[in-house]
Write a protein that binds this ligand. Sequence first.
Ligand code: ADP
Ligand code: MG
Length: 850
Amino acid sequence: MSNENLTPMMQQYMEIKKDYQEEVLFYRLGDFYEMFYDDALLASKVLGLTLTKRSNKQEDIPMCGVPYHVSDTYISKMLDAGYKVAIVDQVEDPKLTKNLVKRAVTKIITPGTFSDTDYLSVDNNFLLSYVDHGATLYLAYGDYTTGEIFTTSQTFLSQKEKSQFFMDELSRITPSEILYSSATMPAKDGIYYTHLNETLQKLLPEVRDVLNSDVVTSISKINSPALFMLINYLATTQKVSLQHLKAVHRYDPEEYMTIDETSKYNLELVASIQTRRKKGSLYAVLDNCETAMGSRTLRKWIEKPLRNKAAIISRQDMIKSALEDLMRFDAIRSALKQTLDIERLSFKIASEQLSPKDCVALATSLDQFTKVKSLLTASPDDVLHHFGEKIPDTTALSHLIQNTLISDPPVNLELPFIRKGYDKDLDELYQASEGGQALLLDLETKERKRTDIKTLKIKYNKILGYFIDVTKSFTDKVPEDYIRKQTLVGSERYFTVELKALERKINGSKERAIERQMEILTALRSTIFNALGTIQNVAEYIGTLDCLFSLAQVARTYHYVRPVISDTPQLTIVEGRHPIVEAMGRDIQFVPNNTSMNAETYFLLITGPNMAGKSTYMRQVALITLMAQMGSYVPATAFHWSLVDRIFTRIGASDNLAGGDSTFMVEMKEVANILDHATNASLILLDEVGRGTSTYDGIAIAWAITEYLVTTTKAKTLFATHYHELTQLSTSLSGLKNLSIAVDHDGDQIIFLRQVIEGASDRSYGIDVAKLAGINDAVIARAKIVLDEHENKGQSVHVDVPVQPTHNPVLPFLKNLSEVDINSLSPLESLNLLQKIVEGAKMNYDKYSG
Ligand code: ADP
Ligand code: MG
């Protein structure tokens, strides 16, 4: 449609829309945000709004709208559905122009920049940017609401390594939006991707002005294109001050224990596998935090366990001190409880948007933190005392706020919110406007007397202002000087000259009062803004304290113990428990188990029936280790360990069918990752590797992997398997030890004892478990006969597995090949077969060629 056919307002709309094609435009009209054309069609579908029409010169325009004061609900829905929103507001005072009011985009809202704290979860909402420069990968990520920014860069030898690293970082950070400028990008579901122009990889000159100068210095020094892109994007979308962005935290992934995506998922670190929610995860068990700042800190610690001995010990020290003075501990926790998420106020403080309610909440929270500070500094314990001293003092600020504002300010800024006695001018203006109310009452009495209309009332509404209301039956008594303004069914409404003069007086002082109190609020906001750095500091210390106290509280509830770092390689758990199973356990009594690994024995091969507790046992070892490296106490009676660089897991049948991989392919990819990256300081869990393929293949692969890990990698490994054949490896591989899980029998019923014992399991108990699961007697009886026959034949199920491991893997492979009927193969099948032959040959060649 050409522009001549549009009304001036729609021309303005088109002019703005032209630059915002990707966004849904929320265009402010009166009390609504309206959407037009395709945006309207889309929004009506996504938001369930009624589509209406706006009449135009020639043809009607599709339109729908949402009330501006509830727009956040609708914006969050648009974001959830995968769209961005651009807000178009009036940018000049309508009173000052006779023409169409100027409008412009005042903010672009994307999943990674959404800041409405009513709709965000407590967790960080991260925006991540990714720049791929040949061998080097630059990453930066930050949370707009809290002002945290992190960045790293890494150089890689291969594309595969690079994308592996990136996927691991993605799984740890879980950003809601990714910025990138390259042609392609490793993609992941559930994340919003924004492609940006490469020119944004330098800091835009105008962006310097909205940043704190220290931050400008730090980002210029780091000189990362990803960081520039992130900051430019925040500045150009938010269009407000970014003074709350904190100094950039540059990290080296080597400083932290790496937990790849599979392990994070399998160990249920932040979400349960079943529900994909926090409940049932390690995060849920450990999160007894009283503040959102504490919970966010805890989550970061879970996702980034430490590798630095001193840092771990310093966290342990705080937990220990906290638990030695429970009175103080409880007093501090209850002070923390009554506070607000002041960290997330920081972007509002920076853009000077704090409401009087926010200010008061900030002050009361700061008071609680001051109380926490004095409880800590009063402690005779050095660790607590020193921590308390580090928390900045904010008493003056909170007093200022409380002296300025009333204790429960209204949401509506036209109502009084400044404390009486704070400002003389304001008090006088309020007095005048309140005095006006008394004069109105006087006038009402006077008019009743004069007219002899007993029901006469002075009322007020927004359109007429003050008016005199006379019921129909008395209208004949109305004096001549009354000016009729409106006729309703039961009454007439009138003005008088005196009433309108009084109204002007009242409104005049009220308007000036509102202006004056806004001036005071503005001054207060800027005082608070000047204290932003201090407030952010307080928030950070409180987050750390609350997180540590949460860990202490959990340690207290579940009787955890302080672990001890060992300088010689070992992992020794006495009476370890699985923290999640234990915490969720309703009726079951959790059976604790020991674990012992060291430089001589580091590979534990675990056999035992299904449901015996193998997976639980392995996970508990990993979780205890991870918790210890977070600095937490652990569910055991003793734990001595040498620091672990990475945890790897290959657990269960995780299907990545959506990603196009078969179960077996997923399994092998995970194992390949382990073999490529594990070191002798890593902890590896392998659960049922080789299950996704035929028995012979499976055993062969499991066998070869075991040998490789024991002889070459020498990582601490727990391997649960139902391939009994593998237990023979203990005779040839000295680092390997067999474990099994004890079972007992009650008649022909199997009983799980949950006790891990040394030595291999005698058999696999598959039929016993099948019986327990309710498979009928006829089938069970028949299965026993078939099993007996096979076992008597000896070798057909228990594959030929010579004790000499070097001969073993090839045999099953060759056996499979020799059974192939070439004539029955389709072209595709033969290709697949060829692939298998080549892979098998490679595997064996690598092995025998050394
Ligand atoms: P497996 O891997 O051997 O098949 P799992 O580890 O999945 O067995 O455990 C089976 C069930 O036994 C789980 O429901 C778990 O809650 C319970 N369980 C495992 N270990 C213990 C234990 N030490 N104490 C109590 N219950 C346990
Ligand atoms: Mg299992």
